[in-house]
Design a protein around this ligand. Structure first.
Ligand code: PHE
Length: 337
């Protein structure tokens, strides 16, 4: 009986000095483990006179239960203490000021929207087409001959399916729109295009905006007016614009559009290669064969089309000399727009 009392006293003392769960586990083993002090009392039951065994057994049992309870309570208080310490050390001041700055549209998206808005104000509607395009729409129906160099693997990304490719320009959207058979058409088609090209002013993926107008009695003069009006609004300047004779299989006649260099004002610089002019888009009267390929009577309808590179226009507008800056997503670059 004396043993029982002293065991309990020892336990209470031990528990009080236990600082963490590790120490507590050792105490638990010391008293309640298989060879623990309390467990071994049960083994000594045979040394007790038979008539006292029952009451001794009961006392040992209740000591065991009490010990378990005391250990549990100590465990709870150690955990609570640890939690309080953690809360104190990991405290965060939620009232501290934080960076509330918002993101914004990417400069290419801003430029695309700027272009589209100008054409929308002139009555053009937005059309879209897929980036994985039919070779038929990207080339054949646009009157691009089978042996045209643009079809070469060196320029075009072909995909693993016969008859499909990554569109090399937004001109196939002309075909998709014309095939719907609703005339007249006044559309612009913005989107990504792909070419095997890679240097400071070319990227394998870039953006174009295509324009197409098909109606009765459309002339070259309409085209020139629309393009000039667009460029003046885009650059917010009364720029000199000139059309230079060129060639595209899907337009006839075709032209390249130049603007007076926005960097040097026409005096000659690195960007305009000392010519004073910058090429900004291709254009022309829709080739009658393209109209016929889409089931349109080219005697009744004419059209003009143009296509421009968005990165190129953005580089000129914002005076950026490397196209890669648009794709690196460096915040110090992007935050300037
Ligand atoms: N599709 C031509 C290109 O990518 C641009 C263009 C479009 C030219 C429409 C004429 C008419 O170079």
């Amino acid at each position: 009986m004396e043993d029982l009392t002293s065991i309990k006293e020892d336990l209470l003392r031990d528990l009080e000095s236990a600082k963490d769960l590790q120490a507590l586990a050792e105490i638990k083993a010391k008293y309640l483990g298989k060879k623990g002090l309390i467990s071994s009392l049960f083994k000594r039951i045979r040394e007790i006179p038979p008539e006292e065994r029952k009451s001794f057994g009961q006392k040992v049992n209740s000591l065991k239960e009490e010990a378990e309870k005391l250990i549990r309570e100590r465990e709870r208080s150690i955990k609570e203490q640890q939690l309080q310490e953690k809360l104190k050390s990991e405290w965060e001041d939620l009232s501290l000021p934080y960076d509330r700055s918002l993101g914004h549209l990417h400069p290419i998206t801003q430029t695309l929207r700027r272009i589209i808005e100008i054409f929308r104000s002139m009555g053009f509607q937005v059309e879209e087409g897929p980036e994985i395009e039919l070779e038929d729409y990207n080339f054949d129906k646009l009157n691009v001959p089978k042996d045209h160099p643009a079809r070469d693997m060196q320029d075009t990304f072909y995909v693993n399916r016969e008859g499909y490719l990554l569109r090399t320009h937004t001109s196939p959207v002309q075909i998709r729109t014309l095939l719907k058979g609703e005339l007249p058409v006044y559309m612009v088609a913005p989107g990504k295009v792909y070419r095997r090209d890679d240097d400071p002013t070319h990227s394998p993926m870039f953006h174009q905006v295509e324009g197409l107008a098909v109606d009765r009695e459309i002339s070259f003069r309409h085209m020139k007016f629309v393009i000039e009006s667009f460029l003046k609004e885009f650059f917010e300047k009364d720029l000199p614009v000139r059309l230079r004779s060129s060639y595209f299989p899907f337009t006839e006649p075709s032209a390249e559009v130049d603007i007076g260099c926005v960097i040097c004002g026409g005096k000659g610089c690195r960007v305009c290669k000392d010519t004073g002019w910058l090429e900004v888009m291709g254009c022309g009267m829709v080739h009658p064969k393209v109209l016929e390929n889409c089931g349109i009577d080219s005697e009744l309808y004419q059209g003009f089309a143009f296509g421009m590179g968005v990165e190129r226009l953005a580089m000129l507008l914002y005076r950026i000399d490397n196209i890669k800056l648009f794709y690196e997503n460096n915040l110090r670059f992007l935050e300037q727009f």
